[in-house]
Write a protein that binds this ligand. Structure first.
Ligand code: CTP
Ligand code: MG
Length: 255
């Protein structure tokens, strides 16, 4: 989708004040699949904590008005591993799931965000998101009333497993039109608050899913897919750390 198509589909009138852009970084997970005593957001990634790499990537690419980091209430690492940073609010509002952490942080941002302001939700665990993908997301959604997310078209052939005979193929699925969701996911603050206020919203595995459910009621239009990057990996398993380090090194060499 081009920015022109988006504008035609969801153009807004000119507001008096430009909307603010606030980054919200959920970093309250325990990293059970990563499996280290130090939660993965604090793991060493080329000499710096992973969470700090993610914060610096967003700050380098975008003109952010503020950054909020959602931490677990009992986090004992942030103050020593990352520490105070200009323009960054550490919110000890994490919940039992990513959706809860995001919903709690949105509530905490209430006094600082207007309905039209943009909230860019980005996993702490995605430190390699390319600068050009970040700028594309913000540029392409700028005039939209709702928002959208970075995503990449599914590249692999998809096999459906036969549940009755595990590991045996039932059929090949049509991958056309299927995308893998990434973060950032950028939505108007008012849209996100309304989406997360709905029953069942905390079962959503990303912000877009909560907004899709809101859109199904007719309250807003559906989110947009904006082309992301295969380099925007999520550090999930221990081996992902070396891959992230290699991607960052290649990005730094190319810069
Ligand atoms: N997250 C969060 N609050 C939670 C769970 C996750 O803020 N209750 C954050 C993580 O810190 C991470 C992002 O959401 O930055 C994506 O989650 P994921 O990669 O699944 O991280 P974890 O939940 O920490 O890992 P795991 O699922 O392996 O336990
Ligand atoms: Mg998780």
């Amino acid at each position: 989708m081009t920015a022109e198509v988006r504008r035609a589909a969801g153009a807004r009138g000119g507001a008096a004040d430009p909307p603010r852009l606030v980054a919200l970084i959920p970093a309250a997970g325990g990293g059970s699949r990563f499996g280290s005593a130090l939660p993965k957001q604090y793991a060493d990634l080329g000499g710096r904590p992973l969470l700090l790499r993610t914060m610096e990537r967003l700050a380098a690419a975008l003109e952010l008005d503020a950054t909020a980091v959602a931490l677990a209430p009992d986090d004992v690492f942030y103050d020593s591993v990352v520490g105070p940073r200009d323009g960054v609010d550490a919110l000890r509002c994490g919940g039992a799931s990513r959706a809860e952490s995001v919903a709690n942080a949105l509530a905490a941002l209430g006094s600082r965000c207007g309905d039209d302001d943009w909230v860019l939700v980005h996993d702490a665990a995605r430190p390699c998101v390319p600068v050009d993908a970040l700028r594309r997301l913000v540029f392409e959604l700028a005039d939209d009333a709702v928002g959208g997310l970075l995503a990449v078209p599914v590249a692999d052939t998809l096999k459906r497993e036969d549940r009755e005979t595990p590991a045996r193929i039932l059929r090949t699925e049509d991958r056309s039109g299927l995308w893998c969701a990434q973060t950032p996911q950028m939505f108007r603050y008012g849209v996100l608050r309304a989406a997360f206020a709905r029953p069942g919203a905390l079962a959503a595995t990303d912000e877009a899913q909560a907004v899709e459910a809101l859109a199904a009621t007719g309250a807003c239009s559906r989110p947009w897919l904006v082309t992301g990057s295969a380099l925007n990996i999520k550090v999930t398993y221990p081996g992902d750390l070396a891959l992230a380090a290699a991607i960052l090194a290649a990005q730094e060499n190319a810069a």
